[in-house]
Design a protein around this ligand. Structure first.
Ligand code: 7TS
Length: 417
């Protein structure tokens, strides 16, 4: 398969597109879909859909319980997928990969368990001004409850983190530095390895919100030396309803349990319980089994295509998009140049509200996202209530960027912006 979809490290996008059933559809008769909203959720290749379908058709059972053929198959598939996900991010052991509902739940798990056990009033957590609410609100809740102090690495006018300011903040001896590997608005790829190195030097742990990086670039938790790393399957060709938290083993072991119930215990008495081993300790109740199977299939798919080739393709598309969008009068792109950016372009456009832009583009079959993209403080920083955002993945083409630009000229005609 690798042969026909990738040639000399370059994606054959037409071949790739054929793997995604939804990309064949027309939004309305004669209007083909241009899907530019993969930062919200990616489309799913047939292999993922089929893996989940096959699971339900032939192996559906609850896991870790029954000693019957189907239960054993389901358990095997669920754990096999965990091993695939662990290998994909370079984790030393699958035991360090905890299934969660999504990236949001993974970060909340850390805030609720590690945060509540190890942090006290006055302790400092460093975040950044470009965080998604998923890596902001859980810490705000903790701050309110425990008197933990939040500090923020500033974002510069061109959408980069101010690392000099970060170094100053580290003098406050934080307990945790939690940051987005890639911004879902600015597209900025942050220097994760350096941020983590500096955090460790200052005695802090580091949590990487990798929701926008794991789907698009090689991410290796051991190379990064991350203490925690969180991401969602649905942004990486997998299903909704499942994500993962990677954690350093000794930290996960020291953390108290998250939710209570079946599977997360070794023993239960009427008034007490003994927690299970990793990773089950953090997985209470019947999990998303079919979704785990789909998650594993998504990793297989990305590996077959090659994450480097995917990243290189997106880099080309985003560089082309930046070049084409610059031509459109009145349009202002947020964030850095293509060199420091993944496949996300958010912009404002004169008098046209992002919702109107999105609606007009939708009439042309073009799906983008409009709003604050769950990053309100970042929008406040740039004095914007909302932006329009196009985001790209392995299946997007240069022609689709052209369609976007044509659509924006139509917006301009209507609004005279
Ligand atoms: N972190 C970042 C950087 C994100 O972009 C997102 C989702 C999340 C965390 C949360 O992921 P979830 O799967 O738990 O929801 N970002 C977006 C987006 O940009 N548009 O829709 C969801």
């Amino acid at each position: 398969m690798k042969m026909d979809r990738v040639q000399n490290g370059t994606l054959n996008v037409e071949q790739v597109r054929a793997d995604f059933p939804v990309l064949q559809r027309e939004v309305r008769p004669g209007v083909p879909l241009v899907y530019l909203d993969s930062a919200a959720t990616s489309q799913k290749p047939l292999e993922v859909i089929q893996a989940m379908d096959a699971y339900y058709r032939s192996s559906n059972a609850n896991i870790h319980r029954g000693i019957h053929t189907l239960a054993e198959e389901a358990t095997y598939l669920y754990e096999e997928a965990r091993s695939k996900v662990a290998a994909f991010i370079g984790a030393a052991s699958p035991k360090q990969v905890i299934y969660t509902r999504n990236c949001t739940e993974a970060i909340n798990l850390v805030a609720y368990t590690w945060g509540r056990k190890f942090l006290q009033a006055g302790d400092v957590i460093i975040l950044t001004e470009m965080e998604h609410h998923a890596n902001l609100v859980p810490w705000q809740i903790l701050a309110e409850e425990r008197g933990v102090q939040l500090e923020f690495i500033p974002v510069t006018a061109d959408g980069m983190l101010d690392l000099e300011a970060y170094k100053k903040l580290l003098e406050k001896e934080p307990k945790l530095v939690a940051f987005a590997h890639m911004s879902n608005v600015l597209g900025t790829i942050n220097p994760a390895k350096e941020i983590i190195r500096l955090a460790h030097q200052a005695g802090a742990l580091a949590l990487v919100d990798a929701a926008q990086s794991v789907p698009h670039m090689p991410v290796n938790v051991q190379d990064l030396d991350a203490d925690f790393l969180a991401f969602s399957a649905h942004k990486m060709c997998g299903p909704t309803g499942i994500g993962a938290l990677y954690g350093r083993k000794e930290i996960l072991e020291a953390m108290p349990v998250f939710m209570g119930g079946g599977d997360m215990i070794k023993k239960v008495h009427l008034r007490s319980f003994t927690p299970n081993e990793l990773p089950y300790k953090f997985e209470a109740g019947t999990p998303a089994i079919a979704e785990a199977v789909g998650f594993g299939a998504a990793v297989d798919y990305l590996k077959k295509i090659g994450i480097e080739a995917i990243g290189a393709h997106e880099h080309q598309i985003v560089a082309y998009a930046l070049e084409r969008l610059e031509e459109v009068p009145g349009l202002k792109v947020l964030g850095p140049s293509a060199d420091n950016r993944g496949g996300v372009v958010a912009f404002s456009f004169g008098v046209a509200h992002p919702h109107d832009i999105s609606q007009i583009l939708d009439s042309e079959g073009i799906a983008i996202r409009a709003g604050h993209h769950c990053a309100m403080p970042l929008h406040d920083k740039f004095h914007l209530a909302a932006t329009a955002r196009a985001s790209f993945y392995l299946y997007n083409t240069h022609q689709e960027v052209d369609r976007l630009v044509e659509g924006l000229y139509k917006v301009r005609e209507i609004f005279g912006s």
